[in-house]
Design a protein around this ligand. Structure first.
Ligand SMILES: O=C(O)c1ccccc1N[C@@H]1O[C@H](COP(=O)(O)O)[C@@H](O)[C@H]1O
Length: 229
C-alpha cells in the first residue's frame, strides 16, 4: 500500500464530506482516548463511517490496549482499520490478529529526542502482527503522543522506514506547506495530518485539505509511489 493519504480528527458528517471530496483515502476518528475528550460520539462516528465506506476507509484512532475490547469496538463501529496509539503489547497485538484477522492494524511509534533504539525494538517485536506503523510526535510539555501539531526528527522516521518490514505512515505536524518535503525526505508509504489542516475555529479548512492532498500526491508520484486503490 503506497501513496496513501489520511486525514485525522473527523468532527462531524460535514467535515467527513469535505475530506472525501478533497480526495483523502482514509479518515481517522479519535475515540476511546484517556482524557475522554473525543470530538464526536461513537454513534456519530458509526453513522459517518457507514456513509463514507467503501469509497474511503474509516480508521479508529485510539489508546485501547486490550485485544477483545478493540476487536469488539471495531466490529460495532463497522471499521476495518484501527490505529493503536497506546502501549499495546506484542502479545495483545498477536491476540488481536487471531480474534480479528481481517482488521488492518496500525501501531504508533512515538518519536522522542533519543528513542530510536526503543522504537526499533517495538518494530522488531510487533511487526508480525501489524500491517503498518505510524510515526507521530511526543510533546514533552503536555505528555501528548498524538495530534500535537509538532514535527519530529524526520531522520528517525526515515531510518524506521529503512528497517521496518511493514509500510510506515508519517504523521506529526504535517500540513500543506511541509508534506511534500516530508515525503521526499522520509519516503513513507502514507501520510496523515490533523491539526495542520484546521482553521482558527478548529474545523478542517477546505483549502488546506485540498492543498495537502495535492502536494502529497505530487510528492508520492515524484518518489515513485502509486495511487493506492
Ligand atoms: O487525532 C487525534 O485527536 C488523536 C488523538 C490521540 C492520539 C492521536 C491522535 N491523532 C493522530 O496524531 C496525528 C498527528 O496529528 P497532528 O497532525 O500533529 O495534529 C494525526 O494525524 C492522528 O493520526
Amino acid at each position: 500500500m503506497q501513496g496513501l493519504i489520511q486525514v485525522a480528527g473527523v468532527i462531524d458528517q460535514a467535515e467527513a464530506d469535505l475530506i472525501v471530496e478533497e480526495g483523502a483515502d482514509w479518515l481517522g476518528f479519535a475515540l476511546r482516548l484517556p482524557a475522554k475528550n473525543e470530538d464526536l460520539s461513537e454513534a456519530e462516528a458509526k453513522a459517518i463511517v457507514s456513509r463514507i465506506q467503501p469509497e474511503c476507509k474509516g480508521v479508529i484512532i485510539t489508546y485501547l490496549t486490550e485485544a477483545d475490547e478493540t476487536a469488539a469496538f471495531c466490529a460495532e463501529l463497522g471499521v476495518g482499520a484501527i490505529q493503536m496509539h497506546g502501549d499495546i503489547t506484542p502479545a495483545e497485538l498477536r491476540r488481536l490478529r487471531r480474534i480479528a484477522p481481517d482488521l488492518y492494524v496500525l501501531k504508533s511509534l512515538v518519536v522522542k529526542t533519543d528513542n530510536i533504539t526503543e522504537l526499533a525494538g517495538i518494530v522488531e517485536d510487533s511487526a508480525e502482527w501489524v500491517d503498518m506503523f505510524i510515526t507521530d510526535t511526543y510533546n514533552p510539555a503536555t505528555g501528548a503522543k498524538g495530534a500535537t501539531g509538532l514535527v519530529h526528527d524526520w531522520d528517525v522516521s526515515a531510518e524506521l522506514v529503512r528497517i521496518s518490514p511493514r509500510p510506515l505512515m508519517l504523521a506529526g505536524g504535517l500540513g500543506p506547506d511541509n508534506v511534500a518535503e516530508a515525503i521526499e525526505k522520509v519516503r513513507p508509504a502514507a501520510v496523515d495530518a490533523h491539526t495542520g489542516l484546521e482553521n482558527a475555529t478548529g474545523r478542517k479548512d477546505r483549502l488546506k485539505v485540498r492543498t495537502f492532498v495535492a502536494e502529497a500526491r505530487r510528492a508520492f508520484n515524484r518518489i515513485g509511489a502509486g495511487v493506492p486503490r
